[in-house]
Design a protein around this ligand. Structure first.
Ligand code: NAD
Ligand code: UDP
Ligand code: UDP
Length: 324
């Protein structure tokens, strides 16, 4: 990723990244190191992988700690990015109680740490706080439509409660908080068995296996390429303390899942055909961010078109699958 000279202003900052060996976390660690920060990556390797950060282990400014953030953590750092939490429905539903614990107890511990050290803390929240939205596209002011007892609730309600904790630590203890709501983000280093739609479709297409569309494929998502997202995340951390968020970060170009399948088949020249499967319970029918706030306050907009991002992601999976 290219770094603009004006962005190199964080020399010697010690930054804690929880979930740092995951998909987004590994890109964030890489970018922070490139910009001169020291990075402490904390991960319990539930969905994260060593391969995502192997190339960083040689870097003297990078440190890795295997730790589960549902337990207290006493370290000395200058800022925290709290990303630890499985993000794919397949993974977060595998052990739903642990998913809620990670969001809620993890947030309490990381906020306790930020409070003790009087430092800034950023929470990787999600468009899932909007649930199956009745307002389209979604502004930050929309309060959402989440089923509190369904199979997605461990993630959605866990993330909602984490937002509550962030705002209560802000109001009650003056902790400097930054909350971003991330919309579907994809790119290299997604886990091949992650279960999310972009990685599933690419892996299936490259193997000429059937592409599994859940439901009729008319549900929509808006896909953001990882480099764009990481730029937005860092811009949010560096913004004025008064900007607590929540701020939506995502790419407002909306596609149906069927369109995504067709694009992936075309870009991989695959012989795959489409296999329609039942739609999972509570699967949101539409999702698209309003990003006016990020544009105005952060000067941030995504720049990478879906086709361009898919080509980069396909290249990654092509190399990865050769090693499997
Ligand atoms: P990921 O599953 O690749 O990464 C999550 C990381 O957190 C993994 O490395 C995992 O091992 C680690 N982790 C999980 N539980 C932990 C615990 N208790 N203690 C320590 N580490 C733990 O997912 P991702 O896509 O990189 O998502 C990162 C964050 O961004 C998550 O909080 C997710 O909710 C949020 N997010 C991602 C997206 C997206 O589209 N990728 C969208 C919205 C929100
Ligand atoms: N905590 C932590 N690291 C720290 C400071 C606190 O993990 O550096 C944990 C601590 O174990 C506590 C939680 O964060 O359970 C919340 O801290 P807070 O100070 O808000 O609450 P208290 O300690 O008063 O219960
Ligand atoms: N999906 C699909 N086939 C797959 C994986 C997912 O049709 O193999 C659908 C899923 O039902 C949802 C959309 O793609 O409507 C996005 O799913 P994903 O798990 O990537 O993210 P989320 O639902 O959390 O946005």
């Amino acid at each position: 990723m290219e770094i603009a000279p004006q962005e190199v202003d964080v020399l010697n900052k010690r930054v804690l990244v929880t979930g740092g060996s995951g998909f987004l976390g590994s890109h964030l660690c890489e970018q922070l190191l490139a910009q001169g920060s020291e990075v402490l990556c904390v991960d319990n390797f539930f969905t994260g992988r060593r391969q995502n950060i192997t190339h960083l282990l040689e870097n003297k400014s990078f440190e890795l700690l295997r730790h589960d953030i549902t337990f207290p953590l006493y370290v000395e750092v200058d800022e925290v990015y709290n990303l630890a939490c499985p993000a794919s429905p397949v993974h977060y539903q595998f052990d739903p109680v642990q998913t809620t614990k990670t969001s809620v107890m993890g947030a309490i511990n990381m906020l306790g740490l930020a409070k003790r050290l009087k430092i800034k803390i950023l929470q990787a929240s999600t468009s899932e706080v909007y649930g199956d939205p009745e307002i389209h596209p979604q502004p930050e002011s929309y309060r959402g439509n989440v089923n509190p007892i369904g199979p997605r609730a461990c993630y959605d309600e866990g993330k909602r409660c984490a937002e509550t904790l962030f705002f209560d630590y802000y109001r009650q203890h003056n902790v400097k908080i930054k909350v971003i709501r991330i919309f579907n983000t994809y790119g290299p280093r997604m886990h091949p068995n992650d279960g999310r739609v972009v990685s599933n479709f690419i892996v299936q297409a490259l193997r000429n296996q059937n592409i599994t569309i859940y439901g009729d494929g008319r549900q929509t998502r808006s896909f953001c390429y990882v480099d764009d997202l990481i730029h937005g995340m860092i811009a949010m951390m560096r913004s004025d303390d008064a900007l607590t968020g929540p701020v939506n970060l995502g790419n407002p170009s909306e596609f149906t899942i069927r369109e995504l399948a067709e694009k992936v088949i075309a870009l991989t020249n695959s012989r795959s055909s489409i296999d329609y499967r039942p739609l999972p319970q509570d699967d949101p029918m539409q999702r698209k961010p309003i990003i006016d706030l990020a544009q105005q306050k952060l000067g941030w907009s995504p720049t990478i078109h879906l086709d361009e991002g898919l080509i980069k992601t396909i290249d990654y999976f092509e190399s990865l699958l050769k090693t499997y």
